[in-house]
Design a binder for this molecule. Structure first.
Ligand code: ZN
Ligand code: ZN
Length: 95
């Protein structure tokens, strides 16, 4: 389970949620605070996904990444995470 713990360090719960959506082919996850607003940015400062409302409200002036950029970097991270998990399964099978 050490690898799963490492995965958690690699991706915050919000990032995992978004990573799952990206993996599942869903372009957007809706804002947890504003359920009618799709996530459009990721706040680097707070490590949370934010919508336009959040962006102008509590994340005003924070360092934000566009979701497209986020998806690209996340896909890389997800692939790394998957590789780690596959390796863990292989180790379990050998033992
Ligand atoms: Zn919001
Ligand atoms: Zn923020």
């Amino acid at each position: 389970m050490a690898i799963l713990e490492r995965g958690k360090d690699l991706l915050s719960p919000e990032m995992l949620l978004f990573a799952n959506a990206v993996e599942g082919g869903e372009a957007y996850v809706f804002c947890p605070r504003h359920s009618d607003k799709p996530i459009e940015y990721f706040c680097k400062q707070c490590s949370v996904t934010v919508c336009v409302k959040c962006m102008f409200d509590e994340h005003n002036g924070h360092e934000l990444i566009q979701i497209e950029e986020m998806a690209n970097s996340l896909k890389q991270n997800v692939l790394d995470l998957q590789k780690m998990l596959v390796n863990a399964h292989r180790l379990n099978d050998e033992n």
